[in-house]
Write a protein that binds this ligand. Structure first.
Ligand SMILES: Cc1cc2nc3c(=O)[nH]c(=O)nc-3n(C[C@H](O)[C@H](O)[C@H](O)COP(=O)(O)OP(=O)(O)OC[C@H]3O[C@@H](n4cnc5c(N)ncnc54)[C@H](O)[C@@H]3O)c2cc1C
Length: 264
């Protein structure tokens, strides 16, 4: 399973917010729940989904397409704009299938963006919908070293990968955060170094993690697997460095989670 397979997934769950908590200076955790979560496969790792959020004013129609391919997206765009939900991408931070509950960690980045505005005002009982997209990280069985790097938006993905990797996995996880207090306990294999890097105010998001990736090198590039996610420049420039030092392209999972100045 990889990001390339995302469009094959068709499980849509309409759920309600059951709680919210500001777990650190820049992150709000939203717990959603509902019977429809019994249908959601538990992919683990960086399991992600399309998140349909309510209109800021008035009614929202959550009867959305069940597939995020071109046809599904065109159908979504054809829904009347006044009641069409907003669409963003998020990661499963924790899934408790027996309790039919799932946690999502939202980075709060001011008021510019429907998701960041929604998470600061949502209350229990609000409805959202999740369209399963599977997991993105796809590493070959012969991997001897994992390099995981991201900014704060990729913290849920990196924490999930660390939690679900075999306990004898070895590697380095680099997570850039805007405040040292945004660091979270993670369940990493013993053979991992987990490096929390603080980004000073005014510094370009992703650049601190990118500097760590570009400073990283290895004697065994052919058996490295990498996961790079966050602001667009981090995965794209990080990948370029890894290719330059000999890591095969097919062993690098990279995706721009967001882009400075662009709404998704
Ligand atoms: C597979 C995948 C999984 C993701 N998982 C998560 C997750 O679990 N948690 C999470 O918080 N994000 C996650 N993201 C990133 C999230 O989808 C984006 O940050 C999204 O743009 C937020 O939507 P918004 O409505 O708040 O802002 P938008 O309306 O998309 O953008 C408005 C403005 O805000 C800026 N902006 C967007 N995000 C940020 C940010 N984080 N910091 C500063 N400025 C920003 C944009 O550049 C734009 O100028 C994920 C993205 C992908 C592709």
């Amino acid at each position: 399973m990889s990001f390339k397979d995302a469009k094959k997934h068709t499980t849509l769950c309409v759920v309600d917010v059951v709680g919210t908590e500001r777990i650190s200076p820049n992150i709000i955790r939203v717990t959603v729940g509902g019977e429809q979560l019994q249908r959601l496969p538990d992919h683990g790792f960086d399991h992600w989904f399309r998140l349909f959020l309510p209109q800021e004013h008035g009614e929202t129609n959550f009867d959305v397409p069940h597939r995020a391919d071109t046809i599904g997206y065109l159908k979504y765009l054809r829904m009347p704009a006044a009641t069409r939900p907003h669409l963003r991408n998020y990661t499963v931070r924790a899934f408790r299938p027996a309790a039919r509950e799932l946690d999502i960690d939202f980075v709060v980045h001011g008021d510019d963006g429907v998701a960041t505005r929604w998470v600061q005002r949502t209350t229990p009982g609000d409805t959202v919908a999740l369209l399963d997209q599977g997991r993105g990280y796809d590493y070959p069985a012969d991997t001897t070293y994992h390099l995981l790097a991201g900014d704060e938006t990729a913290l849920p993905a990196i924490a999930g990968i660390l939690r679900d990797l075999p306990r004898d996995a070895v590697g380095l996880a680099v997570v850039e955060i805007p405040d040292p207090a945004d660091a979270q306990p993670v369940d990493a294999p013993d053979g991992f170094e987990v490096r929390w890097l603080h980004r000073e105010p005014g510094t370009r998001p992703g650049s601190v993690a990118l500097a760590a990736v570009t400073a990283w090198t290895t004697d065994t590039p052919a058996t490295v697997s990498a996961y790079l996610a966050g602001e667009q420049a981090l995965p794209t420039s990080g990948r370029r460095h890894l290719v330059d030092i000999g890591v095969p392209k097919r062993r690098i999972t990279f995706t721009g989670y967001w882009r400075i100045g662009t709404a998704h």
